[in-house]
Design a protein around this ligand. Structure first.
Ligand code: SF4
Length: 301
């Protein structure tokens, strides 16, 4: 007889086993990976690839691309899905970080640079001026490089948002992360509607906008489609959809794995709704194949 306990145990062990479509080459095996690791260490830079334990690190670093994480390695929020360290950085900012990021972008000869950050609610402008300085430093050093910033919500401080937008990144990315019902649970210090407003304001300022959804928290397909509609209502250009992977037992439980075919269906739904680019797949992360998306955007203008 299958008892409730043994059924729950089975479900848990199934969720613990990664489906075969998550099998990726072990990082560290390529020359590109080793070069990038050494560059980040020499320059004292953080990447979200490492801090968020991204499964694509072998592929992306092997291709010579990564996502810089500025403003330190300690986040003032504690989102339930994220493995980045949390704490209070005490208002400290590394004034030379923008220049070191620009130097690394130059050494990597990046066509497209993605810059993100931890949340810095301890700073008066939530770190917006450091985003702006980093964009300006890259533009000075590598004027041909396209720049994408993946920004926090700045606590709804629209002056801070404008500081970043005025530095003219090519793509303004802000992840909505999930559907409203789930959002409240996994991002208790954020607001779904504030994130949508941020994307709306960025678009009206003239930026190309991008957002991302993680699936696997227990949302329904209808809820995901409705979030796509919300993003299209604010004219968001690019959408990424990827599978949530629980970083540890302390994080939000995983409800289920979507199949590659379901990700294909979501991509079709997104394209039908008018996103100019939809990247959807189990391993898709916000910055996965970002250079190709931006190439598409530039080509279609
Ligand atoms: S998908 Fe993004 S975060 Fe993951 S390894 Fe690639 S660049 Fe880094």
């Amino acid at each position: 007889m299958v008892t409730t306990d043994s059924r729950q145990l089975n479900e848990k062990s199934v969720l613990r086993r990664l489906p075969e479509w998550f099998k990726v080459p072990a990082p560290g095996s390529s020359e590109g990976y080793r070069k990038l690791k050494s560059l980040m260490t020499t320059e004292g830079l953080n990447t979200v690839c490492e801090e968020a334990r991204c499964p694509n690190i072998g592929e992306c670093w092997g291709r010579g691309t990564s996502t810089f994480m500025i403003l330190g390695d300690t986040c003032t929020r504690a989102c339930r899905y994220c493995s980045v360290k949390t704490g209070n950085p005490g208002g400290i900012v590394d004034a030379w970080e923008p220049l070191r990021v620009a130097r690394a972008v130059s050494q990597m000869a990046l066509e497209h640079a993605v810059i993100t950050s931890v949340d810095r609610d301890d700073l008066p402008d939530k770190g917006a001026h450091v985003f702006a300085k980093t964009i300006q430093a890259i533009l000075r050093t590598c004027p041909e490089t396209r720049i994408e910033v993946l920004i926090p919500d700045f606590g709804g401080d629209w002056n801070a948002l404008n500081v970043v937008l005025n530095a003219k990144p090519q793509i303004l990315n802000h992840n909505i992360e999930s559907v409203p019902r789930v959002f409240r649970k996994i991002r208790p210090k954020g607001s779904y509607w504030m994130s949508l407003e941020l994307l709306d304001r960025a678009k009206r300022h003239g930026a190309r906008t991008k957002s991302g959804i993680m699936v696997g928290f227990g949302e329904t397909t209808d809820e995901v489609l409705s979030t796509m509609d919300d993003l299209r209502d604010v004219d968001c250009d690019i959408l990424t959809i990827g599978q949530y992977l629980r970083p540890s037992n302390r994080h939000q439980p995983l409800d289920r794995y979507y199949t590659p075919a379901e990700f294909d269906d979501l991509k079709r739904e997104g394209s039908t709704r008018g996103f100019r680019h939809v990247e959807s797949g189990p391993l898709v992360r916000s910055s996965y194949h970002a250079e190709e998306q931006s190439r598409d955007m530039v080509a279609s203008v």
